[in-house]
Design a protein around this ligand. Structure first.
Ligand SMILES: [Zn+2]
Length: 569
């Protein structure tokens, strides 16, 4: 493989603690190496430019059946957004639900190299893997959903943590999954009867268990196994005024549970898209930001990590395994609605949504997401996301950087809100003058998210030995700039290396890369009861056989990166 030396850039790397100093980055055999380890490298002149590790997205919806429902039922999303193939680039389309091809290219253009699909229905794991396989350049993993799974509900109501752990290990292997995802615990199952679980103590119909028990049991099973990532949750009561108390109640379940301490991860809970879970008030009329209460908790409890779920003020396509929420949303906006039930496992809904700056609630949501990041004391535990495409498409990450880095840009947006004064009254943003620097941005988009995912020994930094995922942006942090320069530069990387392959050269995509799929192989002691339960449920309830369920063979995961976990000791 070609050796490279990226010379004289302003380097921002939390792993090495480099805060914009001029430094060189060397690449050999797909890895970052010491600069004296390359003999006759191809030199990339990064003078006056910003150099960072490849971005790591902890939570996006980019592959699988609900994403495809979104693509199918929103042809208008690609009306003005298709582009024919050119050079190595294949034809691409779509904005809020881009094609697999555009997904890979757009992430690469923003300097991202690793993206986690945040909700994989186990029954449709094959479909999810086929889409990830067809997504160029970026490494991906997928989180199977567990929070409404009948096996899990039955084991946990009897507090059978070891059985739940054995089932999780089996399902991760069967689906080639990466982490334990929980969406509206118990509430999505309740949706099968037209019901929901609105707080952590609301019982799940027919299962004699509460969301709190599900969350606690899944954290304990996650730590019993010692998986790379912590239990990853979208809590109950998403998107409702007053829901911040449910969020705090959910956070508190993590207290007192110790991480197993493997893979460099220090937390036991990741709470996703917290913007949607930080609302005060008791109606849409008096809904207000509780980002301050939420961040008081996060800042003082190092057991958890969170991501933003930033609203980007776009027309987008919401999609979630939170079935009852999507029904609630279509009742609010009267746009089209798709709903799906996944046998013993989960459900999903899809509804288009327009986040308008003229609507007070949308403007308050925009403020809340930014407040979460701007009030963060430890940017290594608060990550940038839009819960793509729910709060907005991921292609807006550079715009979010602009808002986080420039108070002037936030003020411009506030001035553009139709109900500016009411929005300021209901939020804290007007009183926040913090401007994040590129080091903090690198923590929120690379080093922190890689650490939370348990992959900081491979991704998220520029230390020798890590994967050579490196981005060069045409942005000089030491010269005066206007806010829009930030968005323009970070939307359009000048160079990108993915595992040592030069995939973007002078802003042009020149290679489809060497994409890999990450999954976790957790070995547990043999558990005949769980395997008996699996066989019985497939015979009695599933519409497919076990053989047609498991993701097996080279076809689905042609380039796997398997993370081995030994839970037998
Ligand atoms: Zn999500």
């Amino acid at each position: 493989m070609t050796e490279y030396l990226i010379k004289n850039g302003f380097v921002f790397d939390p792993v090495l603690g480099i805060r914009g100093d001029v430094a060189d980055v060397a690449i050999k055999d797909g890895k970052i190496v010491e600069t004296n380890a390359v003999k006759s490298p191809k030199v990339i002149d990064a003078t006056g430019r910003t150099v960072m590790a490849g971005g790591v997205d902890v939570h996006a919806h980019v592959a699988g059946p609900k994403v495809n429902i979104g693509r199918n039922f929103r042809p208008e999303d690609k009306l003005f957004n298709t582009r024919p193939g050119r050079g190595v680039e294949r034809m691409q389309g779509g904005f809020s639900v881009p094609t697999t091809i555009r997904t890979g290219y757009n992430y690469a253009r923003m300097g991202y190299t690793t993206v986690m699909e945040a909700a994989m229905p186990p029954l449709y794991a094959r479909h999810t893997h086929e889409e990830m396989r067809d997504t160029p350049i970026i490494d991906q993993g997928a989180f199977p959903v567990f929070g409404n799974n009948w096996f899990v509900l039955e084991y946990l109501k009897n507090n059978e943590i070891e059985n739940a752990a054995a089932y999780i290990a089996w399902l991760l292997r069967a689906t080639k999954g990466y982490a334990v995802k929980v969406v509206n615990p118990g509430g999505t199952e309740a949706w099968g009867w037209g019901l929901n679980c609105e707080n952590v103590h609301d019982p799940v119909p027919y299962f004699d268990i509460t969301p709190a028990q599900i969350v606690k049991g899944l954290i304990e099973a996650n730590e019993y196994l010692g998986l790379p990532h912590s239990m990853h949750i979208h809590a109950n009561n998403l998107g409702n005024p007053g829901n911040y108390t449910t969020t705090l109640d959910t956070f508190k379940i993590s207290e007192g549970i110790k991480p197993k301490g493997r893979f460099g991860r220090d937390q036991v809970m990741h709470h996703t898209h917290v913007q949607f879970h930080s609302y005060g008030g008791d109606s849409w009329g008096n809904m207000e930001s509780k980002a301050d209460s939420i961040m008081d908790y996060v800042n003082s409890h190092d057991n958890i990590t969170i991501d933003m779920g930033q609203v980007t003020l776009d027309e987008t396509t919401t999609m979630t395994a939170d079935g009852p929420f999507e029904h609630h949303l279509t009742e609010l906006n009267h746009l089209k609605w798709a709903n799906s039930d996944v046998e013993l496992e989960t459900a999903a809904g899809v509804v288009p949504y327009v986040y308008s700056p003229n609507i007070k609630v949308c403007a308050i949501q925009w403020c809340i997401g930014l407040e979460l990041a701007l009030l963060a004391k430890d940017p290594m535990r608060v990550f940038m996301t839009t819960d793509h495409p729910n709060a907005g498409p991921f292609i807006r990450y550079p715009r979010i950087m602009k808002w986080l880095m420039c108070q002037e840009a936030r003020e411009q947006q506030l001035d553009a809100f139709k109900h500016k004064d009411k929005v300021i009254d209901a939020t804290h943003i007007a009183g926040i003058d913090r401007e994040l620097d590129l080091y903090e941005i690198a923590q929120m988009t690379r080093a922190g998210s890689a650490k939370a995912l348990g992959i900081s020994d491979m991704y998220g930094g520029l230390a020798p030995g890590l994967m050579a995922d490196v981005a060069v942006f045409d942005f000089n942090p030491n010269e005066p700039y206007v806010p829009d320069d930030v968005e323009a530069a970070f939307l359009n990387a000048e160079h990108l290396f993915k595992t040592g392959v030069h995939v973007i050269n002078n802003h042009e995509i020149v290679s489809n890369g060497n994409k890999r799929t990450l999954w976790v192989n957790a070995r547990v002691n043999e558990n005949p009861q769980v395997m008996r339960d699996v066989k019985e449920k497939f015979l009695r309830y599933y519409t497919v056989t076990l053989n047609n369920y498991e993701v097996s063979g080279h076809h689905y995961v042609p380039n796997p990166y398997v993370i081995e976990v030994d839970a037998t000791e």
